[in-house]
Ligand binder design. Structure first.
Ligand SMILES: [Ca+2]
Ligand SMILES: [Ca+2]
Length: 380
């Protein structure tokens, strides 16, 4: 029989009266502790959030244990911060195999005035930020809220994937743009993805550049390229251009979903023997003029492009600025916002949010179902 999960209520230490560390778990799993400042103490580090902005004051912090939907052990940290009341609630979501801690940050405007806020997430050093995940080493330790992607401080353009730069990997023959020499590769089949800020709903000509310098035979590394607003194109670079031969594909792109960003991705084509996609270069040109592709390959149009990216080269960049993970949020007078994070538990990863299997509602329901069915004499 597995160890019975225990809801421990530990005596508080430094924080004021009413604030104490609280633990919570799923049946049969080691508990997670919320410390008396409202942070989760995970085996990979401490996860917590900090609030800043106009009218945000220091305030008392109160941590308590409670039951969500009557049965789910949970920890809650409440703090009145002047213009905003912040309530952080955590419970264990019983995701196979190790579970994950769902951490909901609720921000309530408290003074009857619209408020602009910055919510900063405390992360361990060496954290790698992605669009929806934070990784530490090879482990996915945090899933980030979908609602807040557009509220993140992002650069004008950059990659937003888990691919790796391989400078000097390309060995293009003949005179060509230097961008063909450096690549990024999606080792293990991860897509290569870039995002560029554009005028909402605007159009552009996008050119992707490739040079395959590993395979000599066709059919090994076919790639499927998607550029927002254009039909996807599948290409076998060796079959189409040959080994070490630079080649380009043109796309009539548009910001189809109107979010002010143009999304570009390269993935392994269906059935590809080599599952590691590569990309050498990206050019963005104005709509309406069709760039001469031979001149693009020769590097003659790079200086005049709206964007020219030597993928994997020294000027390539992540979409995410280094350092802190911060959200810029606006609260209407009397309004509230909820952001749900998912933190990895002892020995586990969090599931990739892109897989789309879990939502905050289904996590709560799953936790409810396991605790409802757990024998009452063994409930904490
Ligand atoms: Ca878009
Ligand atoms: Ca490159």
């Amino acid at each position: 029989m597995t160890t019975i999960a225990i809801l421990l209520v530990l005596a508080g230490s430094a924080a004021g009266a009413g604030s104490q560390a609280v633990s919570f778990a799923s049946p049969g799993f080691a508990p997670t502790q919320m410390d008396n400042a409202g942070r989760l103490m995970e085996d990979w580090g401490t996860f917590g959030v900090r609030l800043a902005g106009e009218g945000i004051t220091d305030g008392t912090v109160s941590v308590e244990s409670l039951r969500l939907r009557d049965v789910i052990p949970a920890a809650r940290c409440t703090s009145d911060r002047g213009a905003v009341r912040m309530v952080c609630t955590a419970f264990r979501a019983p995701i196979f195999p190790a579970g994950a801690d769902a951490f909901t940050v609720r921000l309530e405007e408290a003074k009857g005035n619209a408020a602009k806020l910055t919510l900063a997430v405390d992360l361990p050093e060496n954290s790698q930020l992605g669009m929806r995940t934070v990784k530490l080493g090879g482990r996915t330790v945090l899933a980030l809220p979908r609602e807040a992607v557009s509220n993140r401080g992002l650069r004008e353009w950059g990659y937003c994937d888990e691919a790796s730069p391989l400078p000097g990997w390309g060995k293009p023959v003949g005179p060509c743009d230097p961008a063909f020499r450096n690549i990024r590769a999606g080792m293990g089949g991860v897509p290569i993805a870039y995002r560029f800020n554009v005028k909402p709903k605007s159009r552009a000509q996008v050119v992707l550049g490739f040079c395959e310098s590993h395979w000599a035979d066709p059919g090994q590394r076919p790639l499927t390229c998607r550029v927002e607003g254009a039909p996807s194109q599948t290409v076998d670079p060796v079959g189409k251009w040959g080994q070490h031969k630079p080649g380009v594909l043109r796309f009539a792109a548009s910001d189809e979903d109107g979010d002010g960003a143009l999304d570009i991705s390269v993935r392994p084509a269906a059935g590809a023997a080599d599952r590691n996609p590569i990309l050498n270069a990206i050019w963005i040109f104005p709509p309406g003029e069709t760039p001469d592709l031979a001149r693009v390959i020769a590097g003659e149009l790079s200086a005049g492009a709206i964007r020219y990216v030597d993928v994997g080269g020294p000027s390539d960049q992540s979409l995410f600025p280094p350092g802190k993970l911060e959200y810029n949020l606006e609260l209407a007078a009397g309004g509230a916002i909820e952001l749900v994070f998912l933190a990895a538990c002892k020995g586990g990863d969090v599931p990739t949010p892109e897989a789309g299997v879990w939502t905050p509602e289904t996590l709560l329901k799953a936790a409810h179902d396991v605790w409802r069915d757990w024998p009452s004499d063994r409930k904490p």
